[in-house]
Design a protein around this ligand. Structure first.
Ligand code: GAP
Length: 556
């Protein structure tokens, strides 16, 4: 075994410290692009590029495999996005899926009025009337600028409207909504799945699909967008068995992220407080991830009680439903309405979390002392310039100075942190940063690597095959043949001969490819190749004929 760089013990590493670093990698390497960019884009909408779509598909596939194929109590579903409007009437979304918003006349921001009330009065408001009384009495103020000149709060429904049929008549005759959650498709199909699949409680339905919300404050890259994908489960149980099932799903879902390599210290569970609960929920536990912008929701696991099945059943409150969504319990010889446990995850959020978790800048080779000294001087000069800069927010100034000083003191070990600073949009406003980049980028290019430690099952590409020399037809032929064999074995494989091997390794590290295969002159004699492991950077010789089976086994 050989290593292609200095030993692992002296590798110094750093995870992504800012979302900007992830956004930049995503754009540079074809994971995610701003949508409609040829027309200047559409705020907070994103397109998954060639590598991003592979990664997101792998996340969805891993979820489906875990919650449908590997269980005996689950069925899948793919319901339509457009549904009868009555679904959203009786689910409660038409009346309650809204946020009360107020406009600040001074700074023109539009904060959520209930959040402002709760933060400033120390308790939740009882309703819109109480919020508006507080605004009128100037008891609450804009959280951004402090002005008390706020407009009365208005409910802002988050559902996107469209219309069905050839003519938009202007009234509500053809009104339909783009679904704001996939869940309702599963509730209204409860009877169909129960009957056709001859299921007994407990059992669940799983679905992956697009959802749409006219979010007031989308942002943080793909974390909160107006169009996104959900991966949801509705798990039906007898009333009384719901609390145990809830605990079971909380543990299952946390383990799913851990088994796919997410670091335990970046994952936590948070019990939602009463005032946070959705109108249908008895209890909800959020799985949160430590994103670069702080702890934020990754997935919610709610106990929705029998709210939804009852809401969509014919009753005095719902004369529009054609029947009842209930279950005949053979043991108790009576009908009952099941309770529902709902683990609801976002495919985009999970993909972003896996990316953040996998990201690392690492120092792999000591740079020469004189280059380090020059860089240190420049970073110190940058810190002094920030200190002198007028008009920069104090907290930004403090952060930049502290970061630059720590980097300067710790060089060359802190070279990976310098990469983050060189990509920082606020640091870029300081003139001397240009000089830091001029020197720093070259040293970083030669002595560090960016690597995505994605679980092999999630990585967009599984294997990359290179010939040691692209101008030797025997090496090229063998490498191309090996690529075809691996592809036929179901492994996502690419062939590349567009650079020196070291450069090709770095390129694959940056997109998370777990294994790189090099065909060299020894390969022509003994049919072995080198397999280089992304994480350890170790290489070992393996028989080319055994590769497909060996790598497929590591993916299983
Ligand atoms: N059916 C329950 C439900 O929809 P939710 O907490 O509103 O619950 C579930 O959404 C998950 O969907 C969230 O945990 C998040 O991962 C994802 N999600 C919700 N809104 C999102 C948005 N605007 N952009 C991206 N993902 C979102």
């Amino acid at each position: 075994m050989t290593a292609d760089a200095i030993s692992l013990d002296c590798r110094l590493t750093m995870p992504a410290s800012s979302l900007d670093t992830i956004v930049s990698l995503c754009k540079r390497r074809g994971f995610v692009f701003p949508s409609s960019s040829v027309y200047g884009g559409l705020g907070s909408t994103w397109d998954y590029g060639p590598l991003g779509v592979e990664l997101k598909n792998n996340v969805k596939r891993a979820w489906w495999r875990s919650v449908v194929h590997e269980r005996d109590d689950m069925e899948g579903l793919d319901a339509a996005i457009l549904m009868n409007r009555l679904v959203w009437k009786y689910s409660g979304h038409e009346a309650t899926f809204s946020d009360p918003m107020t406009d600040c006349r001074a700074c023109k921001t539009r904060p959520r009025a209930d959040h402002v009330f709760a933060a400033q009065k120390g308790r939740d408001p009882k309703g819109l009337a109480e919020i508006n009384a507080a605004i009128e009495a100037k008891e609450i103020s804009c959280p951004k600028c402090g002005s008390k000149d706020l407009t009365p709060a208005r409910p802002f429904n988050l559902m996107f409207k469209t219309s069905v049929g050839p003519v938009d008549s202007g009234d509500d005759a053809g009104l339909v909504y783009l679904r704001p959650e996939t869940a309702q498709g599963m509730f209204v199909n409860f009877g169909n799945v129960l009957d056709t699949m001859r299921r007994k409680l407990p059992f669940g339905i799983a679905q992956i699909g697009k959802a749409f919300r006219n979010e007031i404050t989308p942002g943080n890259f793909t974390f909160r967008t107006r169009e996104f994908e959900q991966m949801e489960i509705e798990y039906f149980v007898r009333p009384g068995e719901d609390e145990a099932a809830h605990e079971m799903w909380i543990a299952e879902r946390k383990n799913w992220y851990l088994k796919l390599g997410m670091r335990a210290e970046n994952l936590r569970m948070r019990e939602q407080e009463k005032h946070e609960l959705a109108h249908y929920a008895k209890r909800c536990v959020d799985l949160e991830y430590l994103f670069p912008m702080g702890w934020s929701e990754l997935e919610g696991i709610a106990n929705r009680t029998d709210y939804d099945l009852r809401s969509h059943s014919r009753s005095p409150e719902n004369p529009d439903a054609v029947g009842e969504l209930k279950y005949f319990d053979q043991e108790q010889k009576k009908h009952l309405v099941p309770y529902v446990i709902e683990p609801s995850a976002g495919a985009d959020r999970a993909t972003l979390a896996f990316l953040c978790d996998a990201y690392e800048d690492a120092l792999v080779k000591e740079p020469p002392a004189e280059e380090v000294a020059k860089l240190r001087e420049l970073v110190e000069s940058f810190a002094r310039s920030v200190g002198r800069r007028e008009g920069m927010a104090a907290d930004v100034k403090q952060r930049l100075v502290a970061t630059a000083e720590a980097i300067a003191t710790g060089l060359p070990a802190t070279l990976p942190r310098l990469i983050g600073l060189m990509e920082d949009s606020e640091a870029a406003t300081i003139e001397v940063m240009k000089k830091v980049r001029g020197v720093g980028e070259k040293i970083a290019e030669e002595h560090t690597r960016t690597v995505l430690h994605l679980h092999p099952r999630l990585a967009p590409l599984t294997v990359a095959v290179f010939p040691l020399k692209r101008n030797d037809p025997r090496l090229v032929e063998m490498a191309r043949g090996l690529k075809r064999d691996l592809q036929r074995a179901g492994l996502r494989t690419v062939y590349d001969d567009t650079g020196a091997i070291g450069k090709l390794y770095r390129r694959q590290d940056e997109i998370g490819t777990p294994w790189c295969i090099t065909v060299d002159f020894q390969s022509l004699d003994d049919q072995t190749v080198t397999v280089r492991d992304r994480d350890s950077m170790q290489q070992e010789r393996t028989k080319a004929a055994d590769l497909a089976q060996a790598l497929a086994a590591r993916l299983a």
